[in-house]
Ligand binder design. Structure first.
Ligand code: FAD
Length: 289
C-alpha cells in the first residue's frame, strides 16, 4: 500500500519545531526515525498532512557522561545505544535491551525518543530504564520539564506529553557502586519478535542481604510496569520464602491480556519464571560480602 502524500517540515531548533506542531495542531505529528509512524501511515491507520522532522534539529543524538549519570539525546538510534562504549560500560543491561530490538535495519533508524513516545506495552527499553531510575526531558509550548519515566506512560500507546511537546533527552543516574542490573526477554514467535514478557531487575546487597531491589516488566500490563512495594525485601536474605513474596507482589500488579504471544495464564507463568531467573542472576553477579 502506498503512503498518502504529506509535507515534511524540517525545523532547525526545538522552539521552531514546537511552533510548527502548534501551528498545525492535530494535522501535524513529530517524526523521529519514522519506523513506526511511517508503517502506521502506510497501513492508513494514521494520517498526518504534516510531519515535523526532528532529525534536522542539531544536538539531539548525543550520548554524554557527566559523572553524575548519562544523558541520551532523544534522536539517538537504537544501534548507537547498543554499541555505545559509555552505555556498555555503565549500563550493560540497557545495551542488552537495545541489541534485541527488531533487526539491524530497524535499530539503525529508530530513536530512543520514538520508542518511548510510542508507549507500546511490550517495548524492550522501558523495563531496564525504569529500574535504573531514568527520567525524560521534554520541551514544549510551556518550556522544558523533567518527567520520571515511571510517570511517563499513561495507557496503551498513550504518554503524558502535552500537545506540541517533544521528548529531548533521557537521563539515567550513575549506577551505585554496589548495584547491578540485568535484562531478560522472552519471545514466543521468533527470537527477534516483540517480547511476550520482558523483565529488568536491579539489586544492591550488603552483608549478603538485599539493600534495595527494583523490578520492572513489559508485555504484562497496558504500560511498562515498575513493581511497587518491594521494600519488604530490604535487609532480608533473598531465600525461597522472600522470593515467593516478591513473585506474589509481581503477580498482583500485572494484568496481562491473552494474544497471539500467549494466554493470560501463560504470561503470568512466564513473568514468574523470568523474574525468578533475573533475581537469581543478580544474586550470582554480586559476590557475598
Ligand atoms: C519490524 C519492527 C520490529 C520492532 N521490534 C521491536 C521490539 O522487539 N522491541 C521494541 O522495543 N521495539 C520494537 N520495534 C519498535 C521500534 O523500536 C520503534 O519503531 C521505534 O522505537 C520508534 O522509533 P522511531 O524513532 O522510528 O519513531 P517514529 O516512528 O518516528 O515515531 C513513533 C511515535 O513517537 C513519536 N515521536 C517520535 N519521536 C518523538 C520525540 N522525540 N518526542 C515526542 N514524540 C516523538 C511520533 O510522533 C510517533 O507517534 C519494532 C519496530 C519495527 C518496525
Amino acid at each position: 500500500m502506498t503512503i498518502r502524500s504529506f509535507e515534511l517540515l524540517q525545523p532547525h531548533s526545538l522552539p521552531e519545531a514546537v511552533e510548527l506542531l502548534q501551528k498545525h495542531g492535530d494535522d501535524a505529528r513529530a517524526i523521529g526515525g519514522g519506523t513506526t509512524l511511517v508503517i502506521l501511515m502506510k497501513q492508513r491507520s494514521l494520517y498526518y498532512p504534516y510531519l515535523v522532522d526532528l532529525q534536522t534539529i542539531p544536538g539531539l543524538n548525543e550520548i554524554k557522561n557527566d559523572g553524575g549519570g548519562v544523558t541520551i539525546g532523544a534522536l539517538t538510534t537504537h544501534r548507537t545505544i547498543e554499541l555505545s562504549p559509555v552505555i556498555r560500560q555503565s549500563f550493560p543491561a540497557l545495551a542488552e535491551a537495545f541489541s534485541h530490538i527488531g533487526n539491524v535495519r530497524v535499530r539503525q533508524t529508530a530513536s530512543i525518543g520514538g520508542n518511548l513516545a510510542h508507549a507500546d506495552y511490550r517495548l524492550d527499553p522501558p523495563p531496564p530504564l525504569l529500574v535504573l531510575g531514568a527520567q525524560v526531558l521534554a520541551f514544549g509550548p510551556k518550556g522544558a520539564r523533567t518527567i520520571a519515566l515511571k510517570d511517563f506512560f499513561r495507557g496503551l500507546y498513550e504518554n503524558v506529553l502535552d500537545p506540541g511537546e517533544i521528548l529531548t533527552e533521557v537521563k539515567i543516574p550513575a549506577m551505585p557502586a554496589d548495584g547491578k542490573a540485568v535484562y531478560l526477554r522472552y519471545s514466543t514467535l521468533s527470537a527477534n519478535d516483540w517480547p511476550c514478557v520482558n523483565v529488568a531487575a536491579f539489586l544492591r546487597k550488603e552483608n549478603n542481604r538485599c539493600k534495595e531491589l527494583r523490578l520492572a516488566l513489559g508485555g504484562v500490563a497496558v504500560t511498562p510496569l515498575l513493581v511497587s512495594g518491594l521494600e519488604f525485601a530490604d535487609d532480608q536474605t533473598l531465600d525461597a520464602g522472600v522470593i515467593e513474596k516478591i513473585l506474589n507482589a509481581v503477580d498482583e500488579q500485572i494484568s496481562p491480556s491473552s494474544d497471539l504471544r500467549g494466554s493470560e495464564w501463560y504470561k503470568r507463568q512466564m513473568a514468574r519464571l523470568f523474574t525468578t531467573k533475573a533475581i537469581a542472576q543478580l544474586n550470582q553477579m554480586i559476590p557475598a560480602s
